[in-house]
Design a protein around this ligand. Sequence first.
Ligand code: PLP
Length: 391
Amino acid sequence: MQLSDHITHITGGGSDGWDTFYRARRMIADGIAVTELNIGEHDIRTHPDILNAMHKAALAGHTGYAAVPGTDALRDAIATRIATRTGVPTTAANILVTPGGQAGLFAAHHATCNPGDTALFIDPYYVTYPGTIRSVGAVPKPIITSPDTGFQPTLDALQRAASGARSLLVNSPNNPTGAVYSGQTMQAIATTCRDHDLWLISDEVYDTQVWEGDHISPRALPDMADRTLVVGSMSKSHAMTGSRVGWICAPEPVIAHLTDLATHTTYGVAGYIQDAAQFALGQGTSVEEQVAAPFCRRRALSMDLLAGQNIVKAVPSQGAMYLMLDIRATGMSGEGFANALLDATHIAVMPGESFGQAAAGHIRIAMTIDDDRYIAALGQVLDFAASCINQ
Ligand code: PLP
């Protein structure tokens, strides 16, 4: 029996550089102590107060079917957060609650792209992007960026790629590079969308993790609110990765159609999870700052350590929980380096190649273990790089 093209073509085939990740996981299963600097997951868990709110909501009976587009109270809380952060008038009618940002990325592409349409995304990219685009039958087309521009897309590259495309997916603060797009980059993105009549899908799941400069939501730029779908999530901002709660913010008619899609797919998000998310948003920005603080601190510690050597170069990053390191001076590929590092030191990092061709010759370090272990591990990575040169 033949399965559908939709399901069999989601991945592009090949390992996409994930061999190292699975090898590290096998080593752990075999009892080897591997230091994992490869996962975008906090080293803290969801705050007990948020869990209490979840528990209370469940005991109070919010365990039946919840409103498909999201509870009014949570949609209001998300709309208020967005309006406060961006200045763009936003109401509950602009919000669909989704089971995490990933479901939002899928739904946003489903809403904007027909089968066969070209959907643009920026390379390096979060690993699910091409597969998400393929899973709605659209054709992923990367726009390659360069370490020389801090992995920010240029107006020229955007304009060259845009002709005939249907949508553009951007992500700032960026996974894997840590780039926070400048005002100039966001203007170039908005200009390109207007010139080529593109839908813009803006993945802002790291909007609370900005260490330098400001997070700009492109929905706030002139004439962009009507063509922009913002994807947000509680995963990174509130350490709620496992709760699967996020949102799409979009024009009202788009949300109405997305609600139809949700009715026929997820049928909404568990009510007690939504109540916990509403409680968490109600705690204000101090909770978000607390969750983000360790990454800001570890980034500063990393810069101090990196300044003491001149083999590995840090790609200047302004946000998110990752460090992108240029290891080309060792003469190795990102994949070769990550594999050799895993064998020699039992430290697991992600090869840049897993995030697209623009990140070849780089590795991505997730700053997601406690400070002391993190600094010791980064020191070992740098020593290993030096040993590769001295061989
Ligand atoms: N977008 C980016 C850039 C991510 O890094 C992630 C997760 O790591 C997601 C979206 C999906 O997050 P979630 O589905 O947990 O909200």
